[in-house]
Design a protein around this ligand. Structure first.
Ligand code: IMP
Ligand code: MG
Length: 180
């Protein structure tokens, strides 16, 4: 799968591949909205680059909001408990919501967020995840829009981190196993 490197890291998905797929996702979301307004809710911090790029490929009257969650623990394995550490700024009742997330892994984060958001009675609630690791799922949840489905690999770049580093890599790279 990986054919090139960036700063010595193996590139799994190149910036060109990301850009093309994000453009397609934006077109699909635009079609599905059928002219309605949208609130895009980014999950900090990892989804920030994806939201910024995706939003510019969605042709609609859109606003942004952001939430932050913590999953108790700094390691790359989700511990199970998810907590909201930054809530929405604006009400979403009666609105079309698109939750924008970097990666759907065990599904614990998005299952938690979906439950929280549904309590606010949005008109519609959809999920866009740039990456999906279906083999890691603990909670039964699927995104409405998935950029790339990947095997059980730890990835960094394009917003995704290892201990807060590497978020600014323009490509999605593989985390070297000896550093994990
Ligand atoms: P979930 O709750 O297990 O679905 O985890 C989702 C979160 O775990 C993502 O938003 C990421 O922050 C993090 N995560 C899962 N897999 C990776 C990875 O391969 N690289 C970086 N972060 C990851
Ligand atoms: Mg995240």
């Amino acid at each position: 799968m990986a054919t090139s490197t960036y700063q010595g890291l193996e590139v799994l998905i190149s910036r060109e591949q990301i850009a093309e797929r994000v453009r397609q996702m934006g077109e699909q979301i635009t079609r599905d909205l059928a002219g309605e307004k949208l609130v895009m809710i980014g999950v900090l911090k990892g989804a920030a680059p994806f939201l910024a790029d995706l939003a510019r490929c969605v042709s609609a009257d859109a606003t942004f909001d952001f939430v932050a969650v913590s999953s108790y623990g700094k390691s790359n394995r989700t511990s199970g408990a998810v907590k909201l550490i930054k809530d929405l700024d604006e009400p979403i009742e009666g609105k079309n919501v698109l939750v924008v997330e970097d990666i759907l892994d065990t599904g614990l984060t998005l299952t938690f967020l979906r439950k929280v958001f549904l309590q606010h009675h949005p008109k519609t609630l959809r999920i866009a995840a740039l990456l999906d690791k279906p083999s890691r799922r603990i909670e039964q949840i699927e995104a409405d829009y998935v950029g790339f489905s990947i095997p059980n690999l730890f990835v960094i770049g394009y917003g995704m981190d290892f201990a807060e580093r590497y978020r600014n890599l323009p490509d999605i790279c593989l985390m070297p196993t000896e550093s994990q």
